[in-house]
Write a protein of this length. Sequence first.
Length: 360
Amino acid sequence: MTKKSKLIIGLLLMFACLTMIWLMETRDTASIDPNSVVMTIHGEKVSMGEFQFFLNDSVANVFGYFHEKYGAKDSKTFWTRSFQGEIPLDIAKQQTVEKLKVIKAEQILMKQKGLLDDISYEAFLHRLNEENKRRSEAVTKGEVIYGPRQLNEKEYFNYFHSNMMIRLQEWYDKNEGQVTEEALKQTYENWKTTAPNDLKQPDYIQTQLIKVPYGDVEGKQSPLTKDQAKEIASKIHDEIGKGANVESVISSYSSYAEVKSRMFDGTTYRLDNNESEEWLFFEVNSLEKGEISGLIEQPEFFIVIKCNDRKPGDYISIEDSKSMLRTKYLEEKQQHAIDQLVASAMVEIIPNIYANINVK
C-alpha cells in the first residue's frame, strides 16, 4: 500500500470517527424512543413522551423569566446558554421534575383510592385515542359533542385530570365524610386565622344613591340629554363632595335628580351581587364611611353614591357554616395526602436519558 493510499484511508477513518462523535453529541430528543423511561417517582415510570409533554408546557414561563431578568432574546443557543450560571434548559427540566412530582402524587392517590388502575403515559395516550374515536363516531352519526371534534394531548390532559380530581373529591366526600364536631371546630378556628374574611358576613353599608336619568328610562322620557344629565350629576357630586347635605342639594335639582337610601349587608347579599347589579355592589363595597364615589355612568343615567355608615360583618357561626366547614376539612385532608406524597417523593432519574432531553 502506497503512502498516499494510507493517508487517504487514515483521513477517511478520522472523518468517520468525527462524524460519529458529532452525531452522538448532537443527538436530540427526537432520536430517543418516547417510551424510554426518564425517571421514576414512587416507583411509577415517567416516559420520555410524558416528560417532554410537561417540559413543553413550561417553555413560555422559563423564557419569560430569562427575558425579564437578563433581557434574553430567542435564539438557537438560548436554551443551552449560561446566564450568570443559570441555563434555561436546566431550569426548565428542573421545573418539569417538580411539576411531575405533584401530578404523579395526585395520580398515585387516585390509584390508591381505586379510581385509576393505570397512571402511565401510555395508558393516558390510549384513553386519548379512544376519546377521539368516540368523538369521530359521534360526528359521523350527527350527535352533539362538547368541545372540539378532536382533542390534542394538552386539551385532553386538562379535561381528564380535572375530572379525575373531581372524582377524588367525591371519593373523600363518600368515604371520609363523617367529620367530628371537634374537627369542624378546629377547621373553623384555623380558617378564621388564615383567611378570616372567608367566614365573615358582608359588611353593613348604609348608602344614598343619587341618580340623574336621561333619555327614555323605563318608559318615562327624561327632559335631559345625556350631556345635560352629566353636567347636573357633576354639580351634585361636587357640592356633596364639599360637605353639603344630600337632601339640600337634591332639592335644587328635584326636577331632574332622585335620591334613594339603600342598605347593603348579609341579608341583601344575593340581590346585591347578582349580575344586573354587580357593578353597583362593586362601587359600594369600595367606599368607607363618609366617602362618595366618582361620577358613575350607566346606560340611561348617571349616579353618585354616598356611604353614610359602614360596619364590619360578623363571623358566620359554626352552626351556620357546617356544610362549608365539612367541605373545607375534606379538601384539606385530600391536599394533605397529596402534599405528603410530594414531600416524600422517591425520585430516580435515568442520567443518560435525562441528559439528552431538549426543548422542541
